[in-house]
Design a protein around this ligand. Structure first.
Ligand code: GLN
Length: 701
């Protein structure tokens, strides 16, 4: 955005979205009211009304240069999908008119037989349908009107990431309203979960990227010796943004603002070439759609700047990885944040109950939290260089923990104050927001009025982790409501309930350094789970306890869960197999021939020296040739070993066996090959090494 355009920002914002402003302007009053009723209360939309809405949307889109529309959906691939249809309709005189009907708006059939379904559909029964989600606004991308939709099978099973997310938001709404009624909050009609995601990413030069097959095929480097400088000086974090990156960020912001995305904060991250973009929170459904668009646009805009945006969780070994921090909270339709401590005993009590619900949920369902962030890419990040470990725990800060302690033990919070703290009777001691000191090591940190779930990988759809958060908290709230609805003495029952939750679940609270080895030992003593790899974590998803949870709240059917489990396992094994294949290709076609060329030149130089003068020593050539030949032999042997492991992988039939084999034998073989090749890299002449080094990739922008 040029400087003189800055004052037009409020006009540009949302200009490519058919949002409330556009609806109000374009729809007849009655249609507008009916549509709002659908958006807010889920009321079915009459087909005549849908026709009017569709036509208005089409006119609006055509005025903005659109010729096509698409049902935009989120299959289990983790990225979005679209199939474009033009608005044209043939007339008898050979001309065309532009049309878009209510039927086309509301439902589509993309024949999506090639999306992962985890055995839910065979190709002969491959029908898939998309259904308009009116709670997320339609928008224009690439001259196409995009209609956010849910994607499901012929027999009604969810095949996407949106349907269960909407169901989980509904479950949470149901249970949170029960709780609010107990506190006499009759006016609240809806509780929504909100999210503000922080998105980390790397930028590398496109010309360099193209020379690396590992980046092109896998999104991360599979080889690469440590450069002389990494992030140790901590000079990149929040450093001045380089002009090329700044130009990129400005264009990206403008594109995002046009789509009504609340892009707010941007800065350099810890590793060289790493950056972050944070958005202001909004409803989880919109935030999920928006984050998918953020990732897509990050890539597209980078391309226009001769850059490539890497969203992988660990593009470079040994330096900071990229996460996505999910700032989660609950808000009423009146805008009250339910995780914000209040001023009166009533408000405080309500806050403490919601807090207790989260504490119980995270402790009871640590396994699901871990599953929700499990992927091949994130396995490299969790527990390494400034990313949370695989052990789930909650950070509350000393002040809030102190308050909970005194409620539990019945002792005064403040030694000067008289008597114990009674929930619902006393006002909580004031704790300034800053008292919840930011703890960057915690997987799940309370930050004053929301929780920051820091375990998500940068390439994730935020849908899965939020489905889990919403559902497990809905479960705690429903149990609390069952107890409290039957209580004779509400304040007494509430106090006892909160006390019990703190007593039973305090093991999940940890305010110290989650990166440390002591914490690993301590967590084990506390009986917390430490599910190190994806194949170790995933089976928890389909444990009887978790199937019972998701089916009870109608988020997933058991069939849907089993299919998702299969998809996740397969995805893991496929990712590792692609990486192993890529390593083999790079070793055989690039590394070994390059080193050989260097060896040949060194040999020729030594021979030339000798023939020139027999007395001339060849210490360097002799020694270097010895080391190079040995390492070359090592790389060759390990290449053969990796080939052998890949062959063995091909013989395994079940998805679980394949995933386990990949995490274990295949990954070990990849690591060994890499170690030998990286050593070779540091000994090989610059002109010979076949692809750009870490130093070039990380410091070339
Ligand atoms: N400064 C930070 O917040 C670093 C976060 C880190 N990149 C992660 O993976 O979560």
């Amino acid at each position: 955005m040029t400087a003189n355009c800055a004052n037009k920002l409020p006009d540009i914002f949302g200009s490519m979205v058919f949002d409330d402003r556009a609806m109000r302007q374009r729809l007849p009053k009655e249609t507008y009211r009916a549509l709002r009723n659908t958006i807010e209360n889920g009321k079915k939309l009459d087909v005549n009304i849908a026709n009017v809405v569709a036509n208005a949307m089409k006119d609006w889109a055509v005025e903005r240069g659109c010729t096509h529309f698409t049902h935009w959906f989120q299959p289990m691939t983790g990225v979005t999908a679209e199939k474009h249809d033009s608005f044209i309709s043939a007339s008898s005189d050979g001309s065309v008119i532009m049309e878009f009907s209510g039927k086309e708006l509301v439902k589509g059939e993309p024949d999506a037989s090639s999306f992962p379904s985890g055995g839910l559909r065979a190709t002969f029964e491959a029908r898939g349908y998309t259904a308009w989600d009116p709670t997320s606004y339609a928008f224009i991308k690439d001259r196409t009107l995009c209609i956010p939709t849910a994607f499901y099978s012929y027999s009604g099973e969810a095949l996407d990431k949106k349907t269960p997310l909407l169901r989980s938001m509904e479950a949470l709404n149901r249970q949170a309203l029960r709780i609010l009624r107990l506190f006499g909050n009759e006016g609240v009609r809806r509780v929504v979960t909100t999210v503000g995601p922080e998105q980390e990413y790397f930028l590398v030069d496109k010309a360099l990227y193209r020379q690396r097959r590992d980046l092109m095929f896998c999104g991360r480097t599979l080889y690469g010796a440590k450069p002389p400088k990494g992030q140790e000086l901590e000079d990149h974090y929040f450093g001045a943004i380089k002009p090329r990156v700044s130009a990129y960020m400005k264009e990206l912001d403008e594109e995002l603002w046009k789509l009504g995305i609340l892009a707010k904060t941007e800065h350099n991250e810890v590793a060289p070439a790493q950056h972050e973009l944070a958005s202001i929170y909004t409803s989880t459904n919109a935030a999920t759609d928006h984050n998918q668009l953020v990732m897509e646009l990050m890539k597209n805009v980078a391309d226009r700047h001769g850059l490539v945006c890497l969203l992988h969780e660990k593009p470079f070994a040994g330096v900071n990885g990229s996460g996505k921090h999910d700032n989660w909270s609950l808000s009423t339709d009146a805008g009250q944040n339910l995780l914000e401590p209040g001023d009166s005993p009533q408000e405080n009590a309500q806050f403490l109950l919601f807090l207790a619900a989260v504490i119980q949920a995270v402790d009871d369902y640590q396994d699901l939290m871990r599953v929700s962030v499990a992927s091949a890419g994130n396995d490299h990040r969790l527990g390494a260089n400034e990313a949370p470990p695989a052990i789930v725990s909650i950070y509350l800060g000393d002040v809030l923990t102190g308050i909970l302690d005194s409620i539990e033990s019945g002792t005064p919070y403040d030694p000067q104050s008289a008597g114990e703290l009674r929930v619902g009777v006393h006002v909580l001691p004031r704790f300034p927001k800053d008292a919840t000191d930011r703890n960057r090591t915690s997987p799940f940190a309370f930050t004053g009025n929301k929780f920051e779930f820091r375990m998500l990988g940068s390439s994730f759809s935020i849908s899965g982790p939020n489905i889990v958060l919403n559902t497990i908290v809905a479960e705690s709230l429903s149990r609390f409501a069952d107890t409290l609805e039957n209580a004779d003495d509400f304040d007494g029952a509430l106090h006892d309930l909160i006390r019990r939750v703190i007593r039973e679940h305090r093991r999940i609270i940890f305010n110290g350094n989650s990166y440390s080895d002591e914490w690993k030992r301590e967590a084990e003593k506390r009986g917390l789970l430490n599910l190190r790899t994806t194949p170790e974590a995933l089976p928890c998803f389909v444990s009887p306890k978790n199937i019972a949870l998701f089916t009870r709240h109608q988020i997933f059917t058991e069939t849907e869960m089993r299919s998702r489990y299969e998809i996740l396992l397969e995805n893991y094994a496929k990712t590792l197999a692609i990486e192993a294949q890529t390593m083999l290709e790079m070793s055989r076609k690039e590394i070994l021939p390059a080193v050989n060329a260097y060896v040949k030149d060194l040999t020729a130089a030594a021979l030339a020296k000798q023939s020139f003068d027999r007395e001339l020593g060849c210490v360097m050539e002799r020694e270097l040739l010895g080391r190079l030949s040995e390492l070359e032999g090592g790389v060759y042997r390990r290449t053969r070993l990796l080939e052998e492991q890949l062959r063995r992988l091909g013989e395994l039939s079940s998805a679980k066996e394949r995933a386990d084999f990949c995490a274990d034998a295949l990954f070990a073989a990849m690591q060994e090959l890499r170690a030998a090749a990286d050593e070779l890299e540091s000994l090989t002449g610059k002109a010979y090494w076949p692809f750009p080094t870490y130093g070039e990739l990380l410091f070339n922008i």
